[in-house]
Write a protein that binds this ligand. Structure first.
Ligand code: SAM
Ligand code: SF4
Length: 328
């Protein structure tokens, strides 16, 4: 087979971004993500080992993938992740390496993440109020997150985004406080529409549309659309700048105005299942091909899956989705 340098789907979208879930375990139980007792976890024997993930990254790199984001569950609860990211960086100095984390353990890994020259660090933080934080995460302490962010900054990691899922009646009135924290710490706050992943938890009343969020921002009239986040392009967020204060904010309208048209993502679960759309329940199991190092068959499987990537989530959405198993 001729070498493919660009992975494309049948709608001409270039797929150059792979989100890799390294574990479905988490030390938090966020109200909208996991039940209080947690979920039945994949056994250790069934998850991809780091050498498997590295092989997979090589194959995707050969297909033109330029960015790998590690996620979970909580990725930092899996031992060895950050040393692995350093190895990956050594092997692939030119790829973008990213991490999405709840930051509970970040303080322990900030130095090594800096050594791995991580390109993007996204911290999920839905509130800056300690009591509400404990309530939404069930098991979290906000001081750990603040300490983790401070440690990352002290190590020179400066491209940190704060991702907050906005939920009416929980944190919708807190945007000014979050914005103030982000400003103080030099972080970029992004507000995410609450996605209807599990029907038992999501309600229409709790959902706030991105356009309403924008209207409700403090100092409403001063916000203007801006180009990108100043660092990366074609992400899902739309960015706004406050022309008076210079504050910036991102809004991710994952529900009301989804970004399928420009989607460049693929996802792989901890057990090596490829998902071409967050909302598509169809997963392609790749573990056997990965573990047997069947490079050419693996490439073919990826190419076939990419070709069948749905046009839009509206076409495939079906049933409940467990975000902790997919990684957001
Ligand atoms: N544990 C890590 C963390 O929380 O950053 C990584 C995995 S977590 C599943 C990834 C992201 O998915 C988090 O930012 C979380 O807020 C988001 N998420 C989970 N359920 C969601 C939902 N129903 N709507 C919008 N975002 C959601
Ligand atoms: Fe864990 Fe992240 Fe889900 Fe919260 S959102 S329970 S931190 S996986």
């Amino acid at each position: 087979m001729a070498e493919v340098k660009e992975l494309k789907d049948s709608y001409g979208r270039r797929l150059n971004y792979l989100r890799i879930s390294v574990t479905d375990r988490c030390n938090y139980r966020c109200l909208y993500c996991m039940p209080p007792e947690g979920v039945e976890c994949i056994s250790h024997a069934d998850i991809l080992r780091y050498e498997d993930i590295k092989f997979l990254c090589r194959v995707f790199r050969g297909l033109g993938v330029e960015k790998f984001r590690f996620t979970g569950g909580e990725p930092l609860v899996r031992r060895g992740l950050v040393p692995f990211m350093k190895e990956l960086r050594e092997e692939m100095p030119d790829v973008k390496i990213a991490l999405t984390t709840n930051a509970s353990l970040l303080v322990n890994y900030a130095r090594e993440l800096a050594e791995a020259r991580i390109d993007y660090l996204n911290v999920s933080l839905d509130t800056v109020d300690a009591r509400k934080f404990a309530q939404v995460t069930r098991l979290g302490r906000i001081e750990d997150v603040f300490a983790g962010i401070a440690a990352a900054k002290a190590e020179g990691i400066d491209n940190i985004k704060l991702n907050a899922v906005l939920i009416r009646g929980f944190n919708d009135t807190e945007v000014p406080a979050m914005l103030a924290y982000a400003r103080r710490e030099g972080l970029l706050l992004r507000l995410i529409e609450f996605m209807p992943l599990q029907e038992s938890i999501w309600t229409k009343d709790a959902f706030i549309m991105g356009s309403d969020l924008l209207k409700a921002l403090p100092d409403g009239a001063s916000w203007e659309k801006s180009e990108g986040d100043g660092v990366s392009s074609n992400g899902p967020a739309e960015y706004y700048v406050n022309r008076k204060t210079g504050d910036r904010i991102g809004i991710i309208t994952a529900v009301s105005n989804h970004f399928c048209k420009n989607c460049n993502r693929l996802r792989i679960s901890a057990e090596g299942k490829l998902r071409t759309c967050l909302f598509n329940p169809k997963e392609i199991p790749l573990k056997e091909l990965i573990q047997s190092r069947s490079e050419s068959a693996l490439r073919d499987a990826i190419l076939a899956a990419a070709a069948a990537k749905p046009r839009c989530w509206d076409d495939v959405k079906n049933g409940n989705i467990r975000m902790s198993g997919i990684g957001g």
